[in-house]
Each structure stands twice: as structure tokens, then as C-alpha cells.
Design a protein around this ligand. Structure first.
Ligand code: ADP
Ligand code: MG
Length: 676
């Protein structure tokens, strides 16, 4: 009997395999059919001819027409990959990952083989990879190892209209190499129509337009400004869900925290509505979302249900989700702003531009007529919104790119071929900071420290902190801290109904008022001690996927330490050594307590506050060093650690003088006066 059973099993297994194969095959066939329905498909031959005829081509086509997923495949099919890889850059990590996943499906290959992606701290490519999707920042870093991009036959700078800092720098670099590499094809692709500017910049390169298909979109405005756009957005979602015909909803929020709050409130309110209404499937999407959950937004909505996608700007042009019929646009996004005078950078929530508002609205009219609900007034739209977003290069700290360019041997930054030059003040500020960090010498040349710093794909202050940890013999602790900081603000988890428990769990790591950096280190070490236990994360209200990411980042930083010949050394009990290493990178971010409980930054005096989420928010040490500033209702320092003022003079004597840090000069002289 057993043998019969075995026999049956074998047959079963085989037939299952066959069945799977045929299902897989037909899924592949279906994907191939779908490719032919994209707006770009009828222009395939014409496009290939244009690329063949010109070294540089500007390609314009509406979002969703198939530029990102199809063009690299067309080039591969036409044989370009025989001469080298095709690289396609994306401003956002999620886009690079998700598009690569899609293209590997369409080609029926395993992700990471022929089709792969490369984002900071995550390289999913192999020897076999011929289509490589990557963030623009990663291609920029590839110049460090391969200054002529010899392994590439085509570089496609995609989403060029986003004008991120890295994309703008790439423009200058690829334009330069295209002159001595006539075999390299350069494609600049953009979702907006003002492509003339790109064409002008690339010596009048021809523009190839892909006509889009677009259905009418009805625009609705609010009658009066909304005081609370988050709440207004949620109410609008529910109204659409209850009153409007089938079709999915896309809501734009400014970031992860907002999306998580919205998700929680929506879940709560739909539960309250009971079974009378159709199912509402809530799909968040933002940069730090774990990969497994990212795929969920692309899953087709089941019959009778409705999907609501809660997205950051990422869904504006980088990702196309089929089936969206309603767009809700609160009119804000998170923006970096930079004051070149003080060198202060902060993230703030700001109104979007008209161009963005129109892109957002357009997302609803891809597969049929759509509706866009703007949570601001028509007057706002016409009178208050700027036409276009200012390119990032004009509103950001340039220290990182200046270090990269210096490492590439580009010295004359003022005469670099920028499409839109940054303010020269900002360039000078970057040079000043790199000098202060000892990455450049007085002549503006890269120093040994600078060369080591450039090996790390991190902001210069973080890389300096790591390089300096060598001296304080605590590189082991410092790379854990750097990894935890790189993961962002998604380590601690704080569900609405368990806030007290979550806060208590969190306070455990702050015992002794060690400061936020050391607390992060404690989280990491404790997790490591449990052998990376998931259960431990649950018990301590810590996001396990953030921790896993931190571990990956840390592993890579450890590898890079070896590259710059820094030994892995540990001083787990010498907190001062660790804090001194932190201060070595972040001394420009020091602040001193004021009488009223606020702080003044030391070098360019400005009033700032300790973020309420900081372990030091109730402690208020006299002196702190902070990781970054965020502007919400106030200018907040996020991640702060106490420091001794004399360290500033000890560590950065070229930056701080005694008079900057003397505590009581004023009160002392006053009492002297009284004596006299
Ligand atoms: P463009 O770059 O012109 O904006 P894309 O090539 O990104 O266009 O998208 C073309 C089509 O591929 C879209 O209709 C989109 O729905 C589909 N697509 C893209 N990425 C994915 C993905 N990760 N999963 C499922 N479908 C996708
Ligand atoms: Mg695209």
C-alpha cells in the first residue's frame, strides 16, 4: 500500500509541478500582453531608432506610460546589454526596488539575477545583472570606483523632473563623461513637459515625446481652508467610500508618522461602521516600509472591496498604482530647507507646488475618468502655490556632495557645470564644514581623514564620528549608533491604545539619563544579546524590521571600517569615550540651555528645543550635541546627548574658542562689578 501511496504522491507532485509551470507560463504571457497595452509600446521602434541615432536623448512621457519599466527592457531586447549594463536611476529607494521587482517578473527572471537593484546599504545585483535600477545617489557613488562608468552601455537618468540633489550632480558628471565616451548612451527621462531645459543643458539634445492617455479629472476644492488636514483627509476617504462608485483611493501624506496615524484612525472608524459597508483595504506606502509590505499596494483589489493607498510623495510620479479613481490631496509635503548663512538644515512640512498638485490630480485619471479632492481652496491653489518646486540643490546642505566631488578630483566647484547652480554661500558653507571636520585642508584639498570619510555612504558628520571613534577606541559602539541613526525614527513603536506601556519600555533604555544616542546603542546591544529575538522586540515596543535593517547597515559599516583600516574596538563602559566620538562628528551641532528651558545653538545662535520624544526632554542638561533639527511647531533637536563644554575646545579647537563655551562670563563680571 505504501508503494502505491508513494506512487500517487510522485504523480501528484509531478502534476502539481506541471500545473505550476503552466500557471507560471500563462502569468508570464499575461504580463507580456500587458506590456503591449502601455502607451509607450506603439513607439518602441521609433524610440529605439532615436536612441540609436543620438548619444543623448531627452524622453518625456506622462507617469504610467511605461518609461521606467519598458525602456531598459527594449534596449536589452535590442542587444545593448551585450556591450554593457543598462543603469536606470530613481530618486527614491522604494521606486528602485519596486520597479526592479516588476521588471524581473515581466522578464520571468529572479530578482537580483539579470534584473537587480542597488540602494544604499542594499545591493541586490549579481555578476549576471544587466538591467540595474538604482537610486541616483548610488550611481553617484559608483563614480568613485569607476569614474568613466566603463561597465555601462546606457545610463538612464529617470524622474529627472524631480531635480534631486544627486540627480543634478549626476547631470554634470554624465554630461562630462559622454564627451570622451561616444559609445555611452544617455537618456534623460521626465514626467513633465518642460523638457526644453534638459535639452538646452545637454547641448540641444533632441526630445522624444510619448503621448499619454489621460481621462478627464474633476477637481474639487474645499470652500474654506482646513484646520486639520489629516482629519479632513480621513473624513473624505470615508465619504468617498460610502457614497462613490467603485474605484480605489490615493491619499498623499507628508511622511511615515502621519501615515501611521491615519491608518490607525481609519481602522478604528471603519470598525465602528460595522458590516453595513464594503471592505476598505488600507495600504500604507513610504520609504521605510518593509519590502514585504510594499508589494501589497500593487495587489489587485478584490471584487466588492475598495483599496485606499496612504502614500508619501512617492506615489506622485515614481510609482504607478493601477485602479486609482480618487485622489485626496491635502497640499503638503515634507521638504528640506537650508539656511546657508547659519548652516542650519531642517525638515519641515510645506505647501506643494502647482506642478505637484497637477501631477497628484493626474494619478486619478489613468484608467478612466477620475476625481481629485484638494483639501485647500481654489484661491489657495491659484494665488499661494508656487509654480514649481525649487530644485533641492538650492535648498540643502551640500557638504556630502562636495566631499564626493572632491574625492572625484573635481576641485573647482564654483565652475562645475550645474544646471541650476547652488547659492555660492551654500558651497562655501559646505567647504567650511568639511574643513572644520578636517576632511579638507586649508587649500581645500582632501585630507587622509576626508578620504576615509568619503568611503562611508553617510553624511559627513556621521562619517567623521565613525572615523574619530578609532581614536576613542569605541568603533564597535559607534557603528551601532550610526546604523541606528540611519534607520530613522522608526525604531520605537507606540500604538495609540498602549502608549503608557510603550513609553515605559522606552524609558528603560534611558536609565541614568544617558541621552538618545546611548539609548539607541542600548537598544541595539540588548537586542543582540537576545540573539536578535523578535519576541524581545515585541515586548519592548520596538519595530523588528527597523532593527533588522539597522543590523544590515551595521554589518556593512563594519566591512567599511576594515576598508579604511580602522580596527573594531569596544569601550562599552566608557560612555564619555563614546560621547566624545559623537562630539567629534557633531560638534557643529552643539547647544546650550537657556533660563527658560529652551536652548541656543553655540556657533550661530538660534533658539531650539529638545524634542518631546527625547529621553532628555525632562532632564534638560546644560549642554547638548544633537543629531538633526526638525521644524514642526518649533525648531526641535532630534536625538540629543549631553556633553561637557570643555570637550568642544578639546576636540575642535579650530572651531570653538574658550569664550564660546565659558559658562559664566557674564555673571562673573557682574559679581565683580558688585564687589567694586
Ligand atoms: P512610467 O515610468 O512612465 O511612469 P512605469 O514604467 O513605471 O511608467 O509603469 C508602467 C506600468 O507598469 C504601470 O501601469 C504600472 O501599473 C506597472 N507597474 C510598475 N511597477 C509595478 C509594480 N511594482 N507592480 C505592478 N505593476 C507595476
Ligand atoms: Mg517612471
Amino acid at each position: 500500500k505504501a508503494s502505491v501511496m508513494d506512487g500517487e504522491n510522485i504523480v501528484d507532485e509531478e502534476s502539481t509541478k506541471l500545473l505550476e509551470k503552466s500557471v507560471a507560463k500563462s502569468a508570464l504571457e499575461k504580463l507580456q500582453e500587458d506590456r503591449k497595452t502601455l502607451p509607450i509600446y506603439p513607439y518602441r521602434e521609433e524610440l529605439l531608432k532615436a536612441i540609436d541615432d543620438h548619444q543623448v536623448l531627452v524622453i518625456v512621457g506622462e507617469t504610467g506610460s511605461g518609461k521606467t519599466t519598458q525602456i531598459p527592457q527594449y534596449l536589452h531586447e535590442a542587444g545593448y546589454t551585450k556591450r554593457g549594463k543598462i543603469g536606470c536611476t530613481q530618486p527614491r529607494r522604494v521606486a528602485a526596488m519596486s520597479v526592479a521587482a516588476r521588471v524581473s517578473q515581466e522578464m520571468g527572471v529572479k530578482l537580483g539575477h539579470e534584473v537587480g537593484y542597488s540602494i544604499r546599504f542594499e545591493d541586490c545585483t549579481s555578476e549576471k545583472t544587466v538591467l540595474k535600477y538604482m537610486t541616483d545617489g548610488m550611481l553617484l557613488r559608483e563614480f568613485l570606483g569607476e569614474p568613466d562608468l566603463a561597465s555601462y552601455s546606457v545610463v538612464m537618468v529617470d524622474e529627472a523632473h524631480e531635480r534631486t540633489l544627486s540627480t543634478d550632480i549626476l547631470f554634470g558628471l554624465v554630461k562630462d563623461i559622454s564627451r570622451f565616451r561616444p559609445d555611452l548612451k544617455l537618456l534623460i527621462s521626465s514626467a513633465t513637459l518642460d523638457a526644453e531645459k534638459f535639452s538646452d543643458y545637454f547641448d540641444s539634445a533632441p526630445i522624444f515625446k510619448i503621448p499619454g492617455r489621460r481621462y478627464p479629472v474633476e477637481i474639487h476644492y474645499t470652500k474654506a481652508p482646513e484646520a486639520d488636514y489629516l482629519d479632513a483627509a480621513i473624513v473624505t476617504v470615508l465619504q468617498i467610500h460610502v457614497t462613490q462608485e467603485a474605484g480605489d483611493i490615493l491619499v498623499f501624506f507628508t511622511g511615515q508618522e502621519e501615515i501611521e496615524t491615519a491608518e490607525e484612525i481609519l481602522k478604528h472608524r471603519t470598525r465602528g461602521l460595522g458590516t453595513k459597508i464594503a471592505e476598505l483595504i488600507i495600504c500604507p506606502i513610504y520609504a521605510n516600509l518593509p519590502t514585504e509590505l510594499q508589494a501589497k499596494i500593487f495587489e489587485p483589489t478584490p471584487e466588492g472591496a475598495r483599496k485606499v493607498v496612504l502614500a508619501t510623495n512617492i506615489a506622485e510620479t515614481s510609482l504607478t498604482i493601477d485602479g486609482i479613481k480618487y485622489v485626496i490631496d491635502p497640499g503638503f509635503c515634507k521638504m528640506k530647507s537650508y539656511n546657508p548663512r547659519t548652516g542650519m538644515e531642517s525638515l519641515l512640512v510645506a505647501p506643494i507646488s502647482k506642478a505637484s498638485a497637477n501631477q497628484r490630480a493626474g494619478r486619478s485619471g489613468r484608467t478612466g475618468p477620475g476625481k481629485c479632492f484638494r483639501l485647500y481652496t481654489a484661491y489657495n491653489y491659484y494665488n499661494d502655490l508656487e509654480d514649481n518646486t525649487v530644485p533641492e540643490i538650492q535648498r540643502t546642505n551640500l557638504a556630502n556632495v562636495v566631499l564626493t566631488l572632491k574625492s572625484l578630483g573635481i576641485h573647482d566647484l564654483l565652475n562645475f557645470d550645474f544646471m541650476d547652480p547652488p547659492p555660492s554661500e551654500a558651497l562655501l558653507k559646505a567647504l567650511e564644514l568639511l574643513f572644520a571636520l578636517s576632511a579638507l585642508n586649508k587649500l581645500g584639498e582632501l585630507t587622509k581623514v576626508g578620504r576615509r570619510m568619503a568611503e562611508f555612504p553617510l553624511d559627513p558628520m556621521l562619517s567623521k564620528m565613525i572615523v574619530a571613534s578609532d581614536k576613542f577606541k569605541c568603533s564597535d559602539e559607534i557603528i551601532s549608533i550610526a546604523a541606528m541613526l540611519s534607520v530613522g525614527n522608526s525604531i520605537f513603536y507606540r500604538p495609540k491604545d498602549k502608549q503608557v506601556h510603550a513609553d515605559n519600555a522606552r524609558l528603560n533604555f534611558h536609565t541614568g539619563n544617558v541621552g538618545d544616542h546611548i539609548a539607541l546603542l542600548k537598544v541595539y546591544s540588548s537586542w543582540k544579546e537576545t540573539n536578535y529575538s523578535t519576541q524581545w522586540c515585541y515586548e519592548n515596543y520596538i519595530q523588528v524590521w527597523s532593527m533588522k535593517r539597522a543590523r544590515d547597515v551595521r554589518d556593512q559599516l563594519e566591512g567599511l571600517l576594515e576598508r579604511v583600516e580602522i580596527e573594531l574596538t569596544s569601550e562599552p563602559n566608557d560612555l564619555d569615550a563614546i560621547k566624545k566620538a559623537i562630539t567629534s562628528g557633531f560638534f557643529p551641532h552643539s547647544a546650550r540651555l537657556q533660563k527658560n528651558g529652551s536652548y541656543r545653538t553655540v556657533k550661530h545662535p538660534q533658539t531650539v528645543h529638545i524634542h518631546p520624544s527625547s529621553g532628555l526632554s525632562q532632564v534638560l542638561p546644560r549642554w547638548v550635541v544633537y543629531h538633526e533639527l526638525v521644524l514642526t511647531t518649533k525648531e526641535y533637536m532630534r536625538q540629543a546627548t549631553e556633553l561637557k563644554p570643555e570637550w568642544l575646545v578639546e576636540i575642535a579647537p579650530h572651531y570653538y574658542q574658550l569664550k564660546d563655551v565659558e559658562e559664566c562670563t557674564l555673571s562673573l563680571s557682574l559679581s565683580l562689578c558688585a564687589c567694586v
